[in-house]
Design a protein around this ligand. Sequence first.
Ligand code: GAP
Length: 488
Amino acid sequence: MAKLTKLEDIVSLCKRRGFIFQSSEIYGGLASCYDYGPLGVELKNNVKKAWWKNTVQMRDNVVGLDCSILMHPLVWKASGHADKFADLIAECKKCNTRTRVDHLTNHAEEHTEHIALDAAIAASHDLSNKVCPNCGSVGKFTEPMPFKLMFETQMGANVDDSMTLYLRPETAQGIFANFANVLDTTRIKIPFGIAQIGKSFRNEVTTKAFIFRTREFEQAELEFFCEPGTDEKWYEYWKELRFNWYIDLGIKKENLRLRNHEHDELAHYAKACVDVEYKFPFGSGDWQELEGIANRTDYDLRQHQRGMRTLNKWFENGRDLTKIELAQEAEDYLSGPLSYFDDEKKKRYIPFVIEPSAGIDRSTLAFLVDAYDEEEVRGEQRNLLRFRPAIAPIKAGIFPLVKKDGMPEIAENIHKDLKKYFNCSYDEKGAIGRRYRRQDEAGTPFCITVDGQTKQDNTVTVRDRDSMEQVRVSTGQLLNYLREKLEQ
Ligand code: GAP
């Protein structure tokens, strides 16, 4: 069984083997931004593919979308982010470090991404016993103040039409804004989902633990639209399904749990929310959120109907969000474009939404941590990543035993054939044992070696990463053999 490893071991392996690098490292690095290297990009792409396959490809009632990161500013007024998406912070008067108020408590910080602003305000009345995490001063804080989390940018070169935009803090709103487009262009009927994977940005006050909390990250979100009254059933359905997705991809059950949000933790749009948590090895080993599954009710679609009615006011006020109030909900909201007409039941309603929202970078970190293992083999330490084949960056390493006697040519041909079907790596340098170890550390499930016997009977050895056992397989059967194993 893999040991609970230290985060530093993972960070060091990621750097050494080209999974993940600090962004802008040659300039000293940019805090909380990371780049995925050659192995990392394959791993992360495989995590995304596995999510997409499970969420979109295998279902008849979920379609995909890829929305732009920059959206109309009114989207964020309507969603509530422009006014409410903030963390409450306090500044240490001694060292000037700003810290999230909820992170000054002992427990709450490890359980929530952003607790609702109202709850944070309530929790922040007394900072007299709170410790500054930077300098250790006690009770030396300013009054708590809200800190907005959305990054701002300007669009347009002309003074007349330039406006302030925001980098999206979640991908979900692109889905809500396209609800009517999807309905109009597909034959999909409720219950149905719209899924999206993409970058999101948050100007986090505290970033931490490698790629766990960063300012630029990727989310995989599904907005599942259903009839009001059926929402609780679908909430349970997605909760179970999303939990099992991690288990099926190799996360050990004892390291995963579901945690229901307390009422005061709920985001402003949610009726209920549960987090899928992973036991990350930070500090003494803490449960941390991997994914949230929320019942968003009909909040967003209703809000966007209000947002659409606010457009004229926004123009009249010089395209300034801070100068407008969102239009009141209209009596006739059911005739708006974001309502749904159920042909069979002959009724119109605003659908409820169940939202499983996963972090791709955070899941990738969990897969790395959970797969990492160290063991002693013949007096030497072997480091390996026991990835499930579906997410392994390289599926097979192909080697000639030695660099002579025609072995490299045969191995190169095998590589040429296999790489049409999956990601493979050819390596002829160094002792065979060292080449196996390199692939173990990259998490490659199989290594194929061409040796002296290959020329006589057209067989190669296939070595299993986990058991290190080798079997002989004929070159003609190799593709089928590997495909079968990789799909297990
Ligand atoms: N649309 C709902 C939403 O965005 P969230 O709980 O704020 O909900 C969903 O985010 C997931 O996105 C989290 O569970 C986490 O995996 C990921 N996430 C959020 N903020 C992140 C950050 N700063 N860095 C890395 N991942 C983050």
